[in-house]
Design a protein around this ligand. Sequence first.
Ligand code: CAA
Length: 615
Amino acid sequence: MDQQAGPLRQERHGAVLVLVIDAPPVNALGHALRAALWQAIEAAEADATVGAVLIRAAGRTFPAGADISEFGQPPRAPQLPDLCDRIEACPKPVLAAIHGTALGGGLELALAAHARIARADAMLGLPEVTLGILPGAGGTQRVPRLIGAEQALRLMLTGKPVPAAEALALGLLDGVVEDGLEVAALRLAEGLVGRRLTATRDRREGMRDGAAYQTAVAAARLAQAGARLPAGARIVDCVEAAQLLPIEQGMVFERAAFADLVATPEAAGLRHAFFAERAAARFPEAKAEARPVAQLGVIGAAGSDLALLALQAGCPVVLVEPNRPQLVEALERIAAAQETAVQEGRLTPAARDADWERLTPALGAAALADSDLVLVADAGLLAEAAEAAPPGAVLALTGRGALPDSPRASDIIGLRLVGGRLAELAVGPQTAPEAVATARAVARRLGLLCLRAATPGGIAGRVMLAGRAAVTHLLAQGEAPARVAGALRGFGLPQLAPEAAAEASETGASAGRIIARVLSAMANEGARLLERGIAQRASDIDFALVAGLGFPRWQGGPMFWADQRGLLILRRDLAEWGQEAPEIWAMAPLIADLAAQGGHFADHAAQAGSGQKDA
Ligand code: CAA
């Protein structure tokens, strides 16, 4: 009989018990799921009619890891490492069938099973290092036993997932199927009934060449020397321990390293950045239907960087610039960038030639007659673009400032490139939701991350400018440039350091004071953007700074920094410094409000409105 409740379904197929993980969206291994898996394995072990267990997942993916939202909360039994050990200790064969992305704790769960099969398009990886932690459910001990130190360290230190075929070649998988995973896995499980397979902890394939193992550990340790974040070095220690210690002790060693890392401020910052990036994808127009875009128009020579991105993304582009010399210069810039890409091996000459086939340069806006979205890089040419572009075409202004009035206001949006990686979408009160969705779809096609702002936008830039103003003020007050630069480098913000200052980075009391000055100016500006409804939520501001302007990801962002420190402290500092330089530190009323309620920026509810409040 099949049981259907909760995050785990159970199906019986003869002697095979199939456990179907069903915890949308990504089957993360949260407490309820862990408890259900534990119980199911216990029951399977006790049930004489069960001869083998198959673990697979419903929905889009095999578990994508531990539930990151549980980190920082008190651990709840059964913890993932214990669950993995429990599965591995099951005397009946346990098979894992992988599709989608088996990441982090998801892959560790699969490695605790006695055999693994995956669909060819599955990806397997240990991305924990990107969260400032390490595989903490036996991964650092089981993976090197199967595939050796060099490859295990590559997986864990880069955090990059590998395709199923590579995982098979490495020895992480026992089989790969093109499709029909469920059926293939069931057949395999039936064949395993009654057999006793070697547990991963008892396997040694990756440890046969002890000297090579040690060489790989030594090389990785050297490469980690001086690294800013501690996770890499701890991963190397754990992989070394896998060779030196019996597995039980290796597991204890790993668990201690995991506990240390997960509690670091860097890991908290990286978790915040992870969720901030995903929260930024939620905004009022996100579900509107994007209009199809077959051809992209760019008007204004300053848009050549975006034209290049569009060409690289395979999009046909019409580039309009009424001034002939400027048009030629724009084309030269594109050609020069491509030349560099060819020389560096990032672009083949054939791909470059194909890019030029897709590019149509023109002097007159009439050439935009078939463009579905026009990037307006010169606001002075908006009227011409609006006249020439077909009805329904989106007009995306790439410059700063409020969106101008226009009879086509519902088609107009701001799309500003921030630092080459982020597109800030500035939405006006009249911008149609479909125009927002279309601009976002195009930006994504160009390989950009997106952030929605209300017009006039400029979130990342304004906050960074506030930090810069604080630096300028400190220097004018006589603070030593080398000390300011050292503090900023120590924090991870070299881009704000005064030029020509010494290379050292600095920590300690004076650095803390300098950082507090600069970061409180940034958080204060962020609070103003929240008050005006330009930013939807505090984490959007953090995301903009991290994704667009190189704010150190492990520091989370300026709003996260302020929340961690406490808004009462921010309020106290601003009350004092606001007297000294009100244009930088005069307190945004929102801070006083939130502080009075014992609140955080993270509590500030989104202002769902799309209009500018007081721009
Ligand atoms: N825990 C909790 N929530 C998670 C999650 C996780 N591990 N992974 C994804 N989610 C959530 C996201 O926050 C998002 O939620 P909202 O829709 O509410 O915003 C939702 O799942 C969908 O995620 P994405 O938007 O990222 O979806 P995608 O299709 O673009 O990508 C993915 C899917 C590749 C799995 C991607 O989500 C991802 O890389 N996830 C993280 C993987 C990871 O880092 N795993 C390791 C966790 S740490 C660990 O496992 C430690 C250990 O050793 C015990």
